[in-house]
Design a binder for this molecule. Structure first.
Ligand SMILES: Cc1cc2nc3c(=O)[nH]c(=O)nc-3n(C[C@H](O)[C@H](O)[C@H](O)COP(=O)(O)OP(=O)(O)OC[C@H]3O[C@@H](n4cnc5c(N)ncnc54)[C@H](O)[C@@H]3O)c2cc1C
Ligand code: SF4
Length: 481
């Protein structure tokens, strides 16, 4: 029989790539790693020419009966959804980790912002985030790249809200990355950036998969983790050539929050909490039609963040809200007011609901089924006052009217289905992302989020993976021997 691998990781996007980066940094030269990715290897040119193709493929891999009102999107391919993400990388707030103790809603994370802070820095360095000098979350290092230029209305908003309006930190380069990505030129089709200015695993972390210790196989869907007596032995996977099993001393799932719980459920690691609490932010696009003011664009697509409604006692009653401002040019079909528009998105946190979940489909066990019953009343209460909040916020700029454009069907974030916590009865993995019952199985990614912030998830997902790799070498590896 073939020698077992030291590590098998599943998936090749943020969660797996950052875990591999951290794990390989401390692994011996003799280590052997197998990466199993269900998608194929395509380059940047292929993704640009075949826009939308991987997401279509992705939709066929799970059942979502509620798809008319709620979509979940991911990209099955080398580099995963990093190929089609937008690249906004704000940090969570300190209080996001303590929702229950500070505001009496949701629950606290088993770790605090301070635990993750050094790893947020490290992830930002890899991603080469362009961000402002001042942010609402404490930082121990400046951003690797200077912030993008704000639009002219963003600059007015800085005057109005000096404490809470900042440039959007982003993975869209504000200057050329040495030996790599060019500077973003603000053409605003970032899901498939034609000039490759946005960080993806392909342009920023492919090196971890090229490490001589790593073997990667494409077109392999992991079905289950093989385990007995609290120890994982390896994984069962399928693809061309049928089913196969590979053995490993350590297994790390980085298949996102639809497929991580699906793999756990298929592995009979089906404690009641597994698959539950599927959630993401609730988003609504809106347009501010300005009476007097033209809006001259900044130097990238999403330029500003207003955190005015994301902090404080409001969160005891209703969801935090982050306003993202978009940088045009957006033309308004009214003479004399061609540029008098601010396009923006209100992003609200949601409190995860147990009934929203990922299930096994008995008719087709290789394909998960999503059950979605809607966002929380907590988010709804914030939506109920959205129009008034926006009116008050933008009124000082001079407003003809504000047009709400309806709830977005997805934010593209998939969170919460294998949540981390100290209590095995209410969580799936511990503070180090190690499965409570199988102590050499790590479950990475947004599935571990007990609550979802208003900030986008990929930076904290990456930081959590670096944290999990470090904690494994500090604690887990010794325990597993
Ligand atoms: C349109 C869009 C815009 C977004 N914009 C932003 C943004 O601006 N900022 C932000 O922070 N986030 C954004 N996101 C979210 C971001 O893409 C995700 O948070 C991130 O990709 C999650 O990383 P991951 O590694 O956990 O999972 P994924 O990127 O989903 O990768 C999972 C990988 O696992 C593979 N896989 C799945 N199941 C199996 C299996 N059974 N066996 C083997 N392989 C498997 C998949 O093929 C894939 O490669 C956006 C998402 C979308 C869709
Ligand atoms: S704004 Fe344009 S150049 Fe910049 S990341 Fe988006 S698509 Fe690429």
């Amino acid at each position: 029989m073939a020698q077992p691998y030291d590590l098998i990781t599943v998936g090749s996007s943020f969660a797996s790539a950052f875990f591999l980066k951290g794990w390989l940094a401390k692994a011996p030269a003799s280590a052997r790693v197998l990466v199993l990715e269900r998608g194929e290897r395509h380059d940047h040119a292929w993704h640009t020419q075949n826009r939308g193709k991987v997401t279509q493929l992705g939709r066929k891999t799970y059942a979502n009966p509620a798809r008319k009102e709620k979509r979940w999107i991911y990209a099955p391919a080398f580099g995963g959804t990093s190929n089609i993400w937008f690249g906004n990388t704000p940090r969570p707030l300190e209080e996001d980790f303590e929702l229950a103790s500070r505001y009496g809603v949701g629950l606290d994370w088993p770790i605090r912002y301070a635990d993750l802070e050094p790893y947020l820095c490290e992830a930002e360095e890899v991603i080469q985030v362009a961000g402002p000098e001042r942010t609402l979350s404490p930082r121990s290092r400046p951003y690797p790249q200077a912030a993008h230029e704000l639009s002219s209305v963003d600059r007015d908003l800085v005057e109005l809200y000096p404490e809470t309006f900042v440039a959007c930190p982003t993975a869209r380069a504000s200057r050329r990355v040495e030996g790599g990505r060019p500077k973003c030129c603000a053409n605003t089709v970032c899901n498939n950036c034609p000039i490759d200015a946005k960080f993806t695993v392909l342009n920023g972390l492919a090196s971890v998969f090229a490490d001589p210790r790593v073997e990667i196989r494409f077109g392999r869907q992991v079905l289950a983790v093989e385990h007995t007596d609290g120890r994982a032995h390896g994984v069962r996977h399928q693809g061309d050539g049928g089913e196969a099993t590979d053995e490993a001393a350590l297994v790390a799932l980085g298949a996102n929050a639809i497929f991580n719980p699906h793999i756990l459920l298929q592995s009979h690691l089906d404690d009641d909490v597994v698959g539950r609490y599927l959630h993401e932010q609730v988003g609504e696009n809106f347009r501010v039609l300005l009476s007097e003011r033209a809006n001259h664009p900044g130097s990238t697509s999403v330029t500003g963040h207003l955190w005015e409604f994301a902090r404080g006692d409001r969160r005891s009653e209703k969801a935090a809200m982050l306003i993202e401002t978009w940088s045009g040019p957006f033309v308004r079909m009214e003479a004399g007011k061609w540029l008098n528009t601010l396009n923006a998105t209100a992003v609200l946190e949601d409190i995860p609901q147990a009934q929203n979940r990922v299930l096994l489909d008995p008719a087709r066990p290789e394909r998960p089924r999503i059950e979605w019953h809607g966002h929380s009343e907590y988010a709804q209460r914030a939506l109920d006052t959205l129009k008034t909040d926006l009116q008050q916020t933008f009124e000082p700029l001079g407003v003809d009217r504000i047009v709400l454009r309806g709830l977005r069907k997805t934010e593209g974030h998939i969170l919460g289905t294998a949540r981390m916590g100290d209590d095995p009865k209410t969580s799936v993995v511990d503070r180090n992302l190690v499965h409570h019952r199988v102590r050499n199985l790590i479950v990475l990614g947004g599935s571990a989020f007990p609550t979802g912030f208003v900030a986008n998830p990929s930076l904290p997902i990456s930081a959590l993976s670096l944290w999990a790799a470090d904690r494994w070498w500090a604690e887990g590896a010794a325990r597993a021997d």
